[in-house]
Design a protein around this ligand. Structure first.
Ligand code: MG
Length: 211
């Protein structure tokens, strides 16, 4: 399986990212994606250990769509047939390394794809149970009880079906692949001792500690 992550998919986050990493700050004309290997998975609400190579690891809470069949060159109008469950994840990002990579025009892998950088909720919910529309979901991240990110999937710059269509032009999607659909505004650094809780439509899916 593979983890496909979408970057810059919420307008307010594109703006805050510009201030954090000094990128172009431009709204993307088409979806931006990158991969994490399966060794990036952090499962079962296990604690996240801040890695020694970064002084500034950020949380990015994201809706995850789990792909349920094989497909390539999927037309946007058929993309809804390729998923029926959603969960939540954290795309942990070594922002200091990413800033350096961007400044040098280099790929971001060391900032994004490191071990345990992709927290995944132990539970995925059938989309049907949530009303059936992947673009009408609310999710929220709280750190030590304080809300830091509140996302509404209707605010995505590129909807899920467009993401699936775009990515599958380049990479075959397989059953079990995970699509991280981008993060809303409010990202920031994590610190040892913090607790992260994330809810999807009020349901607690992520609940783990930073060490
Ligand atoms: Mg992200």
């Amino acid at each position: 399986m593979k983890i496909i992550c979408i970057g810059r998919n919420y307008a307010e986050h594109v703006k805050e990212l510009h201030h954090q990493v000094a990128d172009s700050g431009q709204m993307p004309q088409e979806p931006v994606f990158f991969l994490k290997p399966d060794t990036a998975m952090l499962r079962n609400n296990d604690p996240f250990y801040i890695p020694p190579f970064s002084e500034e690891v950020h949380y990015e809470c994201e809706l995850i769509v789990r792909i349920n069949r094989v497909g390539r060159c999927i037309e946007e109008r058929f993309a809804h047939r390729y998923y029926d469950e959603v969960g939540l994840g954290i795309d942990f990002t070594a922002r200091d390394l990413q800033r350096r990579c961007i400044a040098q025009g280099l790929p971001w892998e060391q900032a994004k794809a490191f071990d345990y950088s992709a927290a995944i909720s132990p539970t995925f919910l059938p989309l049907k149970e949530l009303g059936g529309d992947v673009q009408r979901l609310n999710f929220e991240l709280a750190i030590d009880g304080q809300i830091r990110q509140q996302g509404f999937t209707g605010d995505m710059l590129f909807p899920v079906d467009r993401l699936i269509s775009h990515v599958s032009k380049f990479i075959t999607l397989r059953m079990g692949d995970l699509l991280y659909t981008g993060t809303p505004v409010g990202v920031g650094p994590v610190e040892r001792g913090q607790n992260l809780k994330a809810t999807l439509e009020g349901e607690l899916l992520l609940d783990f500690d930073i060490r």
